[in-house]
Design a protein around this ligand. Structure first.
Ligand code: ATP
Ligand code: MN
Length: 463
């Protein structure tokens, strides 16, 4: 029995004259009464294989049913193409129709569709060239991430998705409960009585695996997480999702400079990996989505990131004479417009901003000697703004506890986190890379909803 060959394999090393079986979905069918040309795609590559059909040798009704979107299996001979646009094609000897696709109602017609339309048809959008390219690249990046850390001896640590701590500090959380929402039990004081809930306490979906990641790093040395995170932030922007994937490496014995070096090397590795391994998909996106994509990717790989402090950045923004929608001033958080000015107009390079005011950063960041700033780092990218957020962590028990008290965080609930500073504490650092922000940058897509298969955003959880 002959086995099916994937189109990618067929096209990369064509064995002209051999008999092959290909299976896939019809992109287009054209031709006349005598001869038909079917462009077949099986998802293994952006390229289609052309199937040439001598109409006289086939059942007329079968050929009628081979319309855009239909799924077929073709047996035939691989030959040099007579036409232009492809080097190899298949002369069909037999065709089996797996699934018809009603031409009247099939949503994906040949003409280009808007991204909004394709989002509403997210169950079928994988079948377009653009989304095929995006999701093959997304896969390659996930693979490259594991490769990178595995080569460096990092341990992939699975941190929990349901968390009992509500002080991860990174954003609004989704509650997890099995309580009957129509009949919520209350205690004597009138507060929700979580004792009767599934876990016997209040639980949420994680906004970050960092705190648990630190526990791993302070024994295993270097760890990373790569998993889903959830933020109930009601910000409808092209860069925020309610459910997104994050990569969070955490390293013992790394200071902030080591942390920045790793972040820069990691991002460059991933982009270089895409340039070397996703060439056809990137070429397509460069042609169809963003003509400056390849140039921008190469630029980031070839140039050093600029490293400046938050304080310097504020001076640059103030001196720019620009009118901002949000005010600039020492102590205020930077908005996307400020970040993008620094990256796209002032430095014209990726930028790593460090040493932010402690008031606008999380409790666990290491305090500087000035008493005002912390060892934070944000990596800012062109077109994206913040792609990575990280820091050196506060490793001294007394300082960490003082900060927890100062910020009125529930000290009791953080007993396990504080324990690591009590028993064999160590300098350590880490960061979080938003996976979808990386994919946005690498693909040149402009909306984060189009780089995750099924986006979850405010008022939207279809599919
Ligand atoms: P932003 O200011 O852009 O909302 P953040 O400061 O909340 O980001 P962190 O808490 O530092 O972000 O999270 C680490 C990384 O996770 C960010 O640098 C970003 O790449 C990504 N990220 C954060 N929030 C989201 C979100 N809602 N959707 C997608 N990615 C996100
Ligand atoms: Mn945020």
């Amino acid at each position: 029995m002959m086995k099916r060959t994937k189109v990618k394999a067929l096209l990369s090393a064509p064995q002209l004259g051999s008999d092959v079986i290909v299976k896939g979905w019809v992109r287009t069918k054209r031709g006349n009464k005598n001869i038909l040309f079917i462009a077949l795609n099986d998802g293994s590559t952006i390229n289609n294989i052309q199937v040439v059909v001598d109409a006289a040798s086939f059942d007329e009704n079968l050929l009628k049913d081979i319309t855009t979107g239909a799924c077929i299996s073709v047996t035939g001979k691989l030959v040099e193409s007579q036409g232009q646009g492809q080097s190899t094609e298949i002369n069909a000897a037999s065709i089996e129709l797996y699934g018809k696709s009603d031409a009247e109602t099939y949503p994906l017609q040949k003409k280009g569709h808007s991204m909004e339309f394709l989002r509403e048809n997210a169950h079928l959008r994988f079948r377009t060239n653009t989304f095929g390219a995006v999701f093959r690249i997304r896969h390659s990046m996930a693979f490259a991430i594991h490769n990178y850390f595995n080569d460096k001896g990092f341990v992939y640590l699975h941190t929990p998705i349901v968390t009992g701590s509500d002080c991860e500090g990174a954003g609004e959380m989704f509650h997890v409960t099995t309580m009957d929402l129509k009949n919520i039990p209350h205690d004597e004081a009138g507060s929700v009585d979580y004792k009767s809930d599934f876990f016997g306490k209040e639980t949420n979906l994680t906004v970050s695996g960092q705190l648990e990641g630190e526990l791993g790093a302070l024994a295993l040395g270097d760890i990373y997480t790569f998993g889903p995170t959830f933020r109930a932030e009601n910000s409808n922007t092209p860069r925020h999702l309610a459910e997104f994937w994050m990569i969070e490496p955490e390293m013992s014995f790394y200071d902030l400079t080591d942390n920045m070096d790793l972040a820069e090397d990691f991002l460059k590795y991933l982009i270089r990996y895409a340039l070397e391994n996703c060439k056809e998909d990137l070429d397509f996106l460069n042609n169809m989505i963003d003509k400056a994509l390849l140039e921008r990717l190469k630029f980031v790989v070839e140039n050093e990131f600029i490293r400046v402090t938050y304080t310097e950045a504020v001076s640059i923004l103030t001196a720019s004479g620009k009118k901002w929608d949000y005010p600039v001033g020492w102590g205020r958080d930077l908005q996307s417009e400020h970040e993008r000015y620094l990256v796209e107009e002032h430095f014209k390079r990726p930028v790593i901003l460090t040493d932010y005011p402690k008031e606008i950063k999380a409790f666990y960041m290491k305090q500087n000697a000035d008493g005002k700033t912390v060892r934070a780092m944000d990596v800012l990218f062109p077109g994206i703004g913040e792609i990575i957020g990280g820091s050196q962590r506060e490793d001294q028990y007394d300082l960490l506890l003082a900060r927890i008290k100062e910020m009125k965080l529930p000290e009791k609930e953080l007993w396990w986190y504080l324990d690591t500073r009590k028993y064999g504490t160590a300098p350590h650092s880490g960061f979080g890379l938003g996976f979808e922000r990386l994919i946005l940058f690498v693909t040149g897509m402009s909306n984060i909803r189009d780089v995750i298969p099924f986006p979850r955003t405010p008022k939207n959880a279809e599919f």
